[in-house]
Design a protein around this ligand. Structure first.
Ligand SMILES: [Zn+2]
Length: 164
């Protein structure tokens, strides 16, 4: 892990307290009739009371829009730190989907704002640092520059509205 990544990992630890896994009902973003939400909550259930490792992140990384604000509060600290590991660098997929989820196009900004609504401004600031860190790496700067810029702008906008 690079020096920058180590510093960021410590900031993530300090900013995001670990909480227990929410109940299946609390994990689902869409309250009724969304099969993806239902499947996801059922699949995640098999990880309850276990150590959160890469298997859990792989389970849902393509379905982040179906996770509730509370579910993100639970899983994001693990997810962010996973993205800083060599394993995540090698795979790339999980980090890529997280970038997309934090960089909504205008149409989905309200959705993502809602999903991030349980995070305080310090936590949003660390999310923005995470995106800035990725933008500083050769790989992500060449692969997702537009999304990373959009994500940083979106998170900055959230911070301004939280400070009001
Ligand atoms: Zn859903």
């Amino acid at each position: 892990m690079s020096n920058d990544a180590e510093i960021l990992a410590k900031e993530i630890d300090q900013a995001f307290p670990l909480i227990g896994m929410p109940s299946p009902e609390e994990i689902q973003r869409h309250s009724t009739g969304c099969p993806t939400c239902e499947h996801l909550a059922a699949d995640l259930e098999s990880y309850r009371d276990k150590l959160i490792g890469v298997e859990v992140i792989r389970e849902f990384h393509q379905e982040i829009p179906h996770l509730s604000a509370k579910a993100l509060q639970w899983i994001l600290p693990y997810y962010l730190k996973y993205c800083l590991t060599p394993e995540a660098e090698y795979s790339g997929f999980e980090t890529e989907f997280l970038i997309y989820s934090l960089a909504p196009v205008e149409e989905f900004e309200a959705d993502v704002t809602c999903q991030l609504s349980l995070f305080n401004s310090n936590q949003i600031r660390v999310l923005r640092k995470f995106m800035a860190y990725l933008l500083s790496t050769h790989y992500w700067r060449s692969y997702c520059p537009v999304e990373l810029d959009r994500g940083i702008a979106f998170l900055s906008k959230l911070l301004i509205s939280q400070d009001l």
